[in-house]
Design a protein around this ligand. Structure first.
Ligand SMILES: Nc1ncnc2c1ncn2[C@@H]1O[C@H](COP(=O)(O)OP(=O)(O)OP(=O)(O)O)[C@@H](O)[C@H]1O
Ligand SMILES: [Mg+2]
Length: 250
């Protein structure tokens, strides 16, 4: 029999239920699907891992849906516009992101859960909370704002130090305005600003990791080692969840 520790999710709430009031017009009782969130800061390697996880899960016969920040059809153009002009108040930004999440929750995540899919979330509410906290938004207000979210079944946190992160981002696609926290006016030099901002952000992620009981993954390791770790934990979780088993092995 599962112990309480097994069935309680990050933050002590029941996975697959709403944190709070939820979307009052959408019942999510007894949905067979699962939400697996990969959290971690900018450029850390989330997409790389999610692509590999998706392939592995599909070969095992699971239906997979991916979701990620600012990808909602409703909010994507507005958020792009808001980022391009950078004239909005920080709370307005927070609310735009929350609407993006609400739209994806209703149109992508909940339908997928009802249909028994595995939802691979490329960041969940925690990134939005961490970014807002760094910008001084009230902790409790943020928790209440995201009360409509569903408690994920698994949250993996890809952990890294700022030195390795800065090197990885420089070697891949370089640093952009928002990932460097340039809106916070931490400095004129994008590299210095990136380091200062990401250090603050990593501190917030660390606090959230404790608060919500994330499964921490060492993101400094090579891609295949991280993937092995994720697969072994996800495989064990799914094997113990009869409702998540695929009906056909393909
Ligand atoms: N474990 C790893 N070790 C070294 N480099 C890695 C590792 N994982 C990913 N990378 C490289 O880091 C870069 C960013 O990876 P990826 O796009 O997966 O990150 P991301 O977290 O999805 O980034 P973004 O925040 O832009 O969405 C890529 O060039 C990728 O090849
Ligand atoms: Mg990515």
């Amino acid at each position: 029999m599962a112990s309480e520790a097994d069935i309680l999710a990050p933050g002590g709430a029941q996975p697959g239920t709403y944190y709070g009031c939820g979307l009052p017009y959408l019942s999510i009782e007894n949905c067979p699907g699962k939400i697996i969130a990969i959290e971690g800061t900018d450029g850390i390697g989330r997409s790389t891992q999610i692509k590999l996880l998706r392939e592995w899960l599909e070969v095992r016969g699971y239906g997979v849906v991916e979701t990620g920040w600012t990808r909602s059809i409703l909010m994507h153009p507005t958020i792009d516009l808001a980022k391009a002009s950078n004239t909005l108040n920080k709370l307005t930004f927070v609310l735009l992101y929350a609407i993006d999440f609400a739209d994806r929750l209703e149109k992508e995540i909940i339908p997928a859960l009802k249909a028994g899919f595995i939802v691979l979330a490329d960041r969940y509410i925690f990134t939005a909370i961490a970014r807002a906290r760094v910008r001084g938004v009230d902790r409790r207000w943020l928790r209440n704002l995201y009360d409509f979210a569903i408690v994920p079944h698994l949250v993996f946190y890809m952990k890294i130090g700022v030195d390795t992160l800065a090197r990885r981002v420089l070697e891949s696609r370089g640093m952009d305005f928002w990932e460097s926290g340039m809106d916070m006016k931490l400095g004129d030099d994008i590299y210095d600003s990136f380091r200062t901002y990401q250090t603050k952000l990593l501190r917030e992620y660390a606090a959230l990791a404790t608060e919500f009981n994330f499964r921490v993954v060492d993101a400094r390791l090579p891609v295949n080692r991280i993937q092995q770790n994720l697969r072994s934990q996800i495989g064990a979780f799914l094997d113990a969840e009869p409702s998540a088993r695929p009906t056909s092995t393909g």
